[in-house]
Design a protein around this ligand. Structure first.
Ligand code: GDP
Length: 298
């Protein structure tokens, strides 16, 4: 499988090459230094708001540390990133099955991510049921079933066009009856009918909550790192409409836009729990801020 440092190579090139040039050409933290640092962050898709905040935080950290030499800047930046990524995971107690709602716009890699999580959880000995809650597209149901078979997870679906909330409701009975530990519920991601989609997701939540032990126990939003600032607006949209407990960023391999990780964490304060570094079922990595900062600023 792909190593974190390899998966992040394009983002690292984007940030680190320029950062190294900046550090070797400046002997003090002057205005010119900060301006160029800001530009590097913007170019790496950290976004305006998060960039301004990060620059201010770094100025404070430098001041407090008494550091005057840009040579040691990377260590301090690593420390700052480590702190930024230190967000508490939102944990909710549950009676099995644990119900996880997977949300996100079509094409971000949601189906693949569900399969990757199922694979991972099964390797850890949990019995996983994948549920086709996107009844809008028959192709989506088929794709999910292929993946479920491939990773050896259970699969529950009804016909195309069924009420997604009814699917979720019946899936709970099925999961309880068959002793599943974890139920991963796929949901629709058609953004062109935004209001309908959010209403549909809220209805699923309501039904699940009444049916089984305040489910869903976690709502995970999947976003595509290659879409940069679009991923940011999707996070805002879904979080405001239905609430997001965790983020998974896909397709970090092969993009130079990894700065989005910093932006989305600083602005939304939702923990990133996994990152996708490839198309295969093994290519899902638990996210650790310290490792990320280290791999990014090698
Ligand atoms: P969905 O429409 O959100 O369910 O998206 P899919 O799961 O069908 O994925 C869309 C495309 O993205 C597929 O070609 C996947 O193989 C690809 N994909 C998903 N995750 C990753 C990832 O982490 N890295 C790469 N390189 N491709 C990915």
């Amino acid at each position: 499988f792909i190593k974190l440092s390899e998966g992040l190579s394009k983002t690292r090139e984007q940030i680190t090459k320029r950062l190294d040039a900046l550090l070797s050409s400046h002997s003090a933290f002057d205005d010119d230094f900060w301006e160029e640092f800001e530009e590097i962050l913007i170019m790496a898709d950290v976004g305006f708001e998060a960039t301004s905040e990060l620059v201010e935080r770094m100025k404070t950290r430098i001041r407090n540390s008494g550091e005057t030499n840009p040579e040691n800047f990377k260590d301090l930046l690593r420390e700052e990133l480590d702190e930024i990524f230190k967000l508490p995971k939102r944990i909710k107690a549950f009676n099995p099955p644990e119900v996880v709602m997977m949300i996100g716009v079509n094409g971000v890699g949601k189906t693949t991510t569900i399969a990757k999580i199922a694979h991972r959880e099964q390797m850890q000995g949990r019995k996983v049921l994948i549920v086709a809650g996107d009844t809008f597209r028959a192709a989506a149901i088929g794709q999910l079933e292929i993946w479920a078979k491939r990773v050896g997870a259970g699969f529950f679906a009804k016909d195309e066009g069924s009420d997604p909330a009814a699917v979720a409701y019946e899936a709970i009975d099925y999961a309880v009856k068959n002793g599943y530990d974890l139920m991963l519920l796929d949901t629709a991601g058609r953004l062109h009918t935004k209001t309908n989609l959010m209403e549909e997701l809220l209805k699923i939540r309501r039904v699940l909550g009444k049916k089984h032990d305040e489910a869903p126990h976690r709502s995970i939003l999947v976003i595509d790192a290659t879409t940069g600032q679009n991923a940011m607006s999707q996070t805002k949209l879904f979080n405001e409409a239905i609430g997001v407990d965790e983020l998974i960023l896909t397709k970090l391999d092969g993009t130079a836009k990894g700065g989005i990780m910093i932006a989305v964490t600083m602005q939304h304060k939702i923990p990133i729990t996994f990152i996708g570094l490839g198309e295969k079922m093994e290519d899902l990595r638990p996210f650790n801020g310290a490792d990320f900062a280290k791999a990014l600023l090698m």
